[in-house]
Design a protein around this ligand. Structure first.
Ligand SMILES: Nc1nc2c(ncn2[C@@H]2O[C@H](COP(=O)(O)OP(=O)(O)O)[C@@H](O)[C@H]2O)c(=O)[nH]1
Ligand SMILES: [Mg+2]
Length: 361
C-alpha cells in the first residue's frame, strides 16, 4: 500500500516528503528545474511501542512503516507530462493533496497567486477529467463489444459506467457515488483517481500555523470541510529543520515555535488511517513490534503477516488489549484480572491488540 503526494508544482510536496520519510530529496526553487519521483518509507510513531519497549527492553524494536511516493507537480500546460503524472498517482492506494498556503517572494506560485481553495478545486477537476476520459473510453469499448455479444456482465458494466459518467460530468467525485458491492468490484480495477481515499495538507508558514484564525487558513479549512475531506496544516519548511535535530534539541525547538509534536507525526498517523491500517503488537525480550493490517483482518490472516507457517498451523490467538496491559503493568497481572482472551481464527483483530499466536508446525 502506497500513499502518493500530489499537487501543483512548487507547493512543497518534496519538502513534505523529506519530512515524512526523513529523506533529503532535492527541492526546487523555480519551475524550470527538473522534477523526479521520490519513494521512501516512514516510521509510524506509536506510543504503545515506546511503552512496551521500556518494559521489555528488547534486543530489537520495530515500528510499522508506510510507503510514500512524492510525485512531480500536476500542470495542465503540458499534456504529456500531465498524463504521466496522473498515471503515477493512479497506481497509489491513497492520495495526500498538498496545497500551498505559505506566501514567499522567493518561490513563485505557479498560478501567480496564493489561493489554496482554487488550487484544490483545480486539482480535483484534473482528477475528474482524467477519470471521465477513462469512463468514456470504457463506454465506447462496451458499446462495440455489445454489438458482438450480449453478455450480462457487459450490461452491468455499462450501467455503472454510465452512472459514473453522469457523476463526473457534474463534477462529482466517484467516491461520492453509491455503489453496490458488485459495482465496487467492477470498478476497482480502474484505480480511478476520484475513488481513492484523500487527505488534504495545507503547507503553511510559521505565522499561519500559529494563527489559525487568519482568513486564508479559515478559508482553506472551510473548503475542505465542505467537501468532506480531512485536512491538516503543516509548516513543512520548519519541520525539515526539526527533522534533522536530535531528540533534546527537537523538544527545545518545538517549544520555541509553540508546536506540541512534529506535525509530520500527525501526518503519518493520518496517512496510516487513510490506508485503513491498524496495528497489532507482538512483545518479548527479543523484539517489540507493530504489525500493519487492514482494519477488519481476521486473526488467522494476521498470523500470516508474521509467518505463513503460523497462519497454516493456527490454533488460537491470545489477546491482551494494550490498554489493559498499560493499566495492569504486566501480562501476569492482566491474566489475574481476567482481561486476557483466547480467540479463534475468525476473530477480528482490534487496533492495539497484543497478540501471541498458538500454532502447530
Ligand atoms: N517559505 C516556505 N517555503 C517553502 C515551504 N515549503 C516549501 N517551500 C519552498 O518551496 C520550494 C518548492 O518546494 P518543493 O518541496 O520542491 O515543492 P514541490 O515542487 O511541490 O515538490 C522550495 O524552495 C522550498 O524550499 C514553506 O512551508 N514555506
Ligand atoms: Mg517536488
Amino acid at each position: 500500500m502506497r500513499i502518493g503526494l500530489a499537487g501543483l508544482p512548487l507547493s512543497g510536496k518534496t519538502t513534505l516528503f523529506n519530512v515524512a520519510a526523513k529523506a533529503h530529496a532535492p527541492t526546487r526553487d523555480y519551475l524550470g528545474q527538473s522534477d523526479q519521483i521520490n519513494n521512501g518509507s516512514a516510521k509510524v510513531p506509536d506510543e504503545r511501542i515506546d511503552f512496551l519497549s521500556e518494559i521489555y527492553n528488547p534486543k530489537k524494536t520495530t515500528f510499522a512503516t508506510i510507503e510514500f511516493t512524492d510525485i512531480p507537480g500536476i500542470s495542465n500546460e503540458d499534456q504529456l507530462s500531465s498524463a504521466k503524472t496522473l498515471a503515477d498517482i493512479r497506481i497509489c492506494d491513497a492520495i495526500i493533496l498538498v496545497v500551498r498556503l505559505f506566501e514567499g517572494e522567493s518561490v513563485p506560485h505557479v498560478r501567480n497567486k496564493v489561493d489554496p481553495v482554487s488550487d484544490l478545486e483545480e486539482l480535483l477537476l484534473e482528477f475528474v477529467f482524467s477519470d471521465l476520459d477513462m469512463v468514456n473510453n470504457k463506454l465506447e469499448r462496451i458499446a462495440k463489444e455489445m454489438k458482438a455479444s450480449k453478455k450480462p456482465n457487459l450490461v452491468k458494466e455499462q450501467e455503472i459506467m454510465t452512472a459514473l459518467k453522469e457523476a463526473l460530468e457534474s463534477e462529482k467525485l466517484i467516491s461520492e457515488v453509491n455503489m453496490t458491492d458488485e459495482q465496487e468490484q467492477l470498478t476497482r480495477g480502474y484505480r480511478f483517481l476520484t475513488q481513492k481515499p484523500l487527505l488534504v495538507v495545507g503547507n503553511c508558514s510559521e505565522e499561519q500555523y500559529k494563527n489559525p484564525e487568519m482568513p486564508i487558513v479559515q478559508k482553506f479549512k472551510k473548503a475542505c470541510q465542505e467537501k468532506g475531506f480531512t485536512s491538516l496544516l503543516i509548516p513543512a519548511q520548519i519541520e525539515t529543520e526539526i527533522a534533522d535535530l536530535s531528540g533534546e534539541e527537537q523538544s527545545m525547538f518545538l517549544a520555541e515555535y509553540g508546536i506540541e509534536k512534529p506535525a509530520s507525526d500527525l501526518l503519518i498517523a493520518e496517512a496510516y488511517k487513510l490506508l485503513n491500517y491498524i496495528s497489532f503488537l507482538t512483545y518479548g525480550h527479543d523484539e517489540v513490534r507493530a504489525w500493519s493490517i487492514q482494519n477488519g483482518t481476521i486473526a488467522q490472516k494476521a498470523a500470516g503477516k508474521i509467518h505463513s507457517d503460523i497462519e497454516k498451523g493456527f490454533i488460537r490467538a491470545e489477546i491482551i488489549p494494550f490498554e489493559a496491559f498499560k493499566e495492569k503493568g504486566s501480562v501476569a497481572a492482566v491474566k489475574a484480572a481476567g482481561l486476557a482472551r483466547l480467540e479463534g481464527k475468525e476473530y477480528i483483530i482490534s487496533d492495539g491488540d497484543m497478540v501471541e499466536f498458538r500454532f502447530n508446525v
